[in-house]
Design a protein. Structure first.
Length: 315
């Protein structure tokens, strides 16, 4: 079995998608063919991915997408909308789509082998719609007709490309965006969830294990990241604090770097802490990592910074 794995990205996310692809190759027990979609104006992104995967002896099928419509970028890069072009560009019956902020922990064939039955998409419930979060978010997104409809995360998708519901997908999504301008919170994810309402198969969380902003304890991370732990197929690092940012959980950053260190044609530097908010978040990450002394010292430094700021305001 050959698994078609699809990435979409711009030049800013090309290197991170390479790291994800390397993790897929490292854990693959079946052949993989990568499909890379970039914007028709972005030659740099395609070259980064092609050169890197070629250095690993891995073929890549590339595509240039022109959506023919502008979508609101909002929380994410507008390149995320390129996934709407997948049914028009890729000639496969079924594909496995993956975001670039992911790391495979097992062979992609485990997810790809799931039977979609008569559904168009297969995906995992999104973190924002876990029971403890759902009430906060369900009123802010495009409403479903069925109250029991599950809102999925589109960071990993099984996609039946031959389903008739894919016809004119870009046009359908643009119409939805224009009909619900105040209900677009997670961009293309919101649109795909609504367009394919009633045609989504909910799959096990292990296939898209989402960790928000690196928030996980040392004991929990040690358990789920252990080589022998079988209940995670893919890690998905959601939120704004990604593993390539210094302010992320250092346990996660170190894990991600084991794959990034295998890059052969490019180098990815960890982005430094840039502001007070990131420093505060990093203090929390140090505490979760059980680096208590460092966390305490950083918190004391933050308190001094706040006190100094308040004194200046009073003058």
């Amino acid at each position: 079995m050959t698994i078609p794995v699809v990435y979409v990205f711009d030049k800013n996310y090309a290197a991170y998608s390479c790291v994800s692809a390397i993790s897929a190759l490292q854990h693959a027990t079946e052949d993989i063919v990568f499909h890379a979609i970039t914007d028709h104006t972005d030659d740099q992104a395609e070259k980064i991915f092609l050169d890197e995967l070629d250095a690993h002896g891995q073929p890549v099928k590339t595509y240039k997408a022109n959506l023919g419509a502008e979508f609101v970028a909002g929380r994410i890069s507008s390149s995320a909308y390129l996934k709407l072009s997948i049914p028009n560009l890729i000639e496969e019956k079924k594909i496995l789509y993956v975001d670039g902020d992911t790391i495979f922990k097992d062979c992609p064939s485990k997810a790809f082998g799931i039977d979609l039955e008569d559904n168009v998409l297969g995906g995992v419930c999104d973190y924002s719609h876990f029971p403890q979060h759902r009430k906060k978010w369900e009123s802010k997104i495009i409403p479903f007709e069925n109250a029991n409809e599950v809102y999925i995360n589109t960071g990993l998708l099984l996609w039946n490309l031959k389903a008739p519901e894919n016809i004119k997908l870009i046009e359908k999504c643009k119409e939805l965006e224009e009909s619900y301008p105040d209900k677009i919170r997670f961009n293309d994810q919101d649109l795909l969830n609504k367009v394919f309402e009633g045609k989504k198969k909910i799959i096990n969380y292990q296939f898209n294990h989402q960790i928000w902003n690196g928030i996980i304890s040392k004991s929990d991370w040690g358990r789920i990241s252990a080589p022998g732990y079988k209940n995670v197929n893919l890690f998905h690092f959601i939120g704004k604090y990604k593993p390539w940012k210094k302010c992320c959980n250092p346990l996660i950053t170190d894990y991600w770097k084991t794959f990034a260190s295998q890059l052969k044609t490019i180098k990815v530097d960890i982005q430094p802490i840039e502001n007070f908010q990131q420093r505060r978040h990093f203090a929390r990450m140090l505490h979760l990592s059980e680096r208590y002394q460092e966390a305490s010292e950083l918190r004391e430094e933050l308190m001094r910074t706040m006190d100094e700021h308040l004194r200046k305001m009073k003058k």
